[in-house]
Unconditional design. Structure first.
Length: 393
């Protein structure tokens, strides 16, 4: 009989024999099983915060971007224009506001950026709207816009306003007084218990046309938001170019201070110190004087908007040493605008006091529209060639 110790002595040599006869290497086939766990499905990527589009009652509103500008949450948006009137965002506390962590922030201001146009007709107005939020990581927010309305003209259509009020059954009647440089109105009838102030507010509201919403956007903002200040800011030396984008020809510096791209619209903000203070200097006499090079193709300027001290589109802190303008181009909507080149061929001298250095410039059939600024005294030849650009979002 073999005991356990004898068995162990037999098994050990046998194991050694088997191992010496086995192949040096072995490739194991993968085991498969119908019960193996399925591979994990990647989580869907979150939707980008911008752009966001919403259409309510036939009117489209598109959110383009958000940032902290001059210490305030600034949201860029474009809204469809029902008519060619001056449509603006509702500015009352209940009209436009954001909710962040259960707290309401009312609209603190807005400013026009540009218009989208088709064949000379404005289709959308684009604005920067601001709220008193300086935190660069606000996270989730809900933006509510209750309505858009037309700004009240200097002399409203009182008859039309009264007609609309009668149709609405307000019970208010009023009379208007107007003349050169002034307008006023008086309440002649109102419902019992209504204050004069409330009645006047209702009348004033009927001087405008209204497009009702609401448009409600729930947005998860990028973190952190870009924090910036108005462009350009003054420095001891004057205005600083964006990322060093400038060119010098004939002793004149031309600086690029900002860009904007939206579909087929591309804008470039430029500033320069005029060659002399004794004359008025303008940027162009024809569209070919200023071109934008995009992927080897050249596009002529559509319009030049003065953005200096006196203009409504300007920055009030711009040094009066500079002349600043916004150049508007039409480029293919699919074009890569991350790297473009601005070409300014000449500066044109006009008599002092002509105002041609502070005049918006547009063109008809390739000729400058403003005849008073179409006959310069002389020109200062360039060119000023400045690489710039802004990638599409």
């Amino acid at each position: 009989m073999l005991d356990k110790r004898t068995l162990s002595l037999i098994y050990i040599p046998l194991a050694l024999v088997i191992s010496s006869c086995s192949p040096a290497e072995r490739t194991d086939l993968p085991l498969t099983s119908s019960s193996s766990a399925p591979s994990a499905t990647p989580a869907p990527l979150p939707a980008p915060a911008f752009p966001r589009t919403q259409t309510i009652n036939g009117l489209e509103v598109e959110l383009l971007d958000a940032r902290i500008l001059d210490g305030q949450l600034t949201i860029d948006l474009c809204h469809q224009m029902p008519t060619q009137e001056d449509w603006i965002v509702g500015s009352r506390p209940e009209d436009t506001f954001v909710m962040i962590d259960g707290r309401k922030y009312n609209l603190s201001g807005f400013s026009i950026l540009y218009y989208r146009t088709i064949k000379g007709v404005n289709t959308h107005r684009c604005d920067a709207i601001t709220f008193p939020v300086s935190e660069p990581n606000p996270g989730n927010l809900t933006l509510t816009i209750a309505e858009f309305y037309t700004s009240v003209p200097e002399v409203p259509d009182c008859e039309m306003a009264q007609k609309k009020m009668d149709e609405a059954g307000t019970g208010i009647q009023f009379t208007c007084n107007s003349g050169p440089g002034f307008f006023s109105y008086d309440i002649t009838r109102k419902p019992e218990g209504m204050s004069d102030a409330d009645a006047r507010m209702i009348v004033f509201d009927y001087f405008s046309s209204h497009a009702k919403g609401p448009w409600v956007f729930e947005v998860t903002l990028p973190s952190p938001l870009t924090v910036t200040t108005s462009t350009p800011w003054p420095t001891p030396a004057g205005i600083e170019p964006m990322d060093g984008q400038m060119a010098t020809t004939g002793g004149v510096d031309v600086l690029v201070t900002g860009n904007l791209v939206d579909g087929s619209l591309f804008q470039v903000d430029v500033c320069y110190i005029p060659p002399s203070n004794e004359s008025a200097w303008a940027l162009a006499q024809s569209p070919k004087d200023i071109t934008l090079e995009v992927a080897g193709q050249f596009y002529t300027v559509d319009q030049i908007t003065y953005t200096g001290w006196e203009n409504e589109y300007g920055f009030p802190h711009i040094s009066e040493r500079y002349r600043c303008h916004r150049l508007t181009f039409t480029v293919p909507a699919e074009a890569d605008t991350s790297q473009v080149t601005l070409h300014i061929n000449a500066l044109y001298e006009f008599p002092p006091g002509s105002g041609c250095d502070k005049t918006d410039i547009s063109f008809t059939a390739g000729q400058i529209t403003n005849a008073a600024c179409s006959d310069p005294l002389q020109e200062l030849a360039g060119p000023w060639v400045i690489p710039t650009g802004l990638a599409r979002r």
